[in-house]
Design a protein around this ligand. Structure first.
Ligand SMILES: N[C@@H](CCC(=O)N[C@@H](CS)C(=O)NCC(=O)O)C(=O)O
Ligand code: SF4
Length: 343
């Protein structure tokens, strides 16, 4: 199938353009020149009588309206997995999100430059413009609080919601003016350039906690897999969900003041291995756990767990290791069998 996308730069057509790329579709593009009002030319109105971009020419006819086009692209190229088609509810959630962007956020945004669509009175148009930061801000607030699952809009998988939200987010700074949208590199890390931070310190800390299973004695592969019950897996699963986004380090005042502090994500990962029934590495990690730069540096501020997009709860992991550290000090850890008692 050969597709042709009619687009204009800096418009909502970007979302469909990204989706076509993600789908590895064969397509061509035609630029519609807004500076000469080409979207209202008789030739273009033949393509899209609404006088808008995007429009997608397909073998079966021309499609308009971004959510419809995005779903069409996702469905036409299922191998790209841009939407959950085997799950009617999850697909409806994708549609609900995109339709909210299309029918509410996009319309709120359009009141900034296209007020003439709804009113002729210059005072009414100015009033519509004045309201844009409030209405657009409220939409983003709702999206952030109620809709974003994280790390992608729909959770673990990239979908057609992501390029669509990305497209609108590019207008946010102007829509929200004179309020400020602050885009800054992560706090507490040396800046390499622009938004890029130096992660070397964090990577060294990750390595220092011995982030691998240390079995009591190795067994040959021929002996088969180590078995684990769902309950045993439950002990560490949450802590294995970290995506190393470093938000917890940026939120941690202790790390900001004392960069030697091993910090939330690395200590949560330390707990992930200590809490694994296949692991016997507690004592190998205990020097670091109990040290000045280990769990005792944490003063339980708790922001790390608040900002974590994956619900890892580093504060809880650190607290648990403080308890373990005390037991270790009094020699109780060695007496604990099975080890899961220290989790
Ligand atoms: N609901 C349509 C909206 C399309 C739309 O408003 N496109 C804008 C660009 S973001 C446009 O073509 N504006 C031209 C104009 O208003 O003259 C969609 O989601 O595709
Ligand atoms: S905020 Fe959560 S996901 Fe991000 S690095 Fe910290 S623990 Fe990992």
């Amino acid at each position: 199938m050969m597709l042709k996308l009619f687009y204009a730069p800096h418009t909502c057509s970007l979302a469909s353009h990204i989706a076509l790329e993600e789908a590895e579709a064969a397509y061509t593009t035609v630029r519609v020149d807004f500076s000469v009002n080409e979207q209202c030319s008789p030739e273009y109105l033949e393509i899209n009588p609404k006088g808008r971009v995007p429009a997608l020419v397909t073998d079966r006819g021309i499609l308009t309206e971004s959510p419809a086009m995005l779903a069409f692209i996702a469905q036409s190229f299922p191998q790209a997995r841009l939407a959950p088609f085997d799950d009617p509810f999850a697909f409806a959630q994708v549609q609900a999100f995109n339709l909210y962007l299309c029918a509410t956020l996009h319309v709120a945004h359009a009141h900034r430059m296209r007020g003439h669509r709804w009113a002729d009175d210059p005072a009414a148009i100015a009033e519509m413009q004045r309201k844009v930061p409030e209405t657009v801000g409220a939409s983003y607030d709702l999206i952030e609080r109620e809709m974003l699952k994280g790390p992608w809009v729909m959770g673990d998988s990239y979908t057609i919601c992501d390029p669509y939200l990305f497209t609108f987010a590019q207008w946010l700074e102007d829509d929200y003016f004179p309020n400020k949208v602050r885009i800054a590199p992560l706090e507490h890390f040396p800046v390499v350039r622009d938004m890029v931070i130096d992660q070397n310190d964090f990577l060294a800390k990750l390595e220092s906690i011995k982030p691998y299973i240390i079995p009591k004695e190795g067994k040959p592969v021929s002996d088969g897999a180590y078995r684990q019950t769902p309950k045993q897996m439950e002990q560490y699963y949450q802590y294995s969900q970290c995506i190393n986004c470093l938000l917890c380090y940026a939120a941690c005042p202790q790390y900001g003041m004392t960069p030697q502090f091993t910090g939330p994500a690395a200590l949560a990962l330390l707990h992930r291995y200590n809490a694994d029934s296949r692991d016997q590495g507690w004592s190998a990690r205990s020097e670091l756990t109990n040290s000045e730069d280990g769990v005792w540096h944490c003063t339980l501020v708790g922001y790390c767990s608040e900002v974590c997009p994956k619900d890892v709860d580093p504060a809880h992991a650190i607290n648990q290791n403080k308890v373990n550290s005390v037991m270790d000090y009094f020699g109780i850890m060695k007496l604990m069998t099975p080890r899961s008692g220290a989790k």
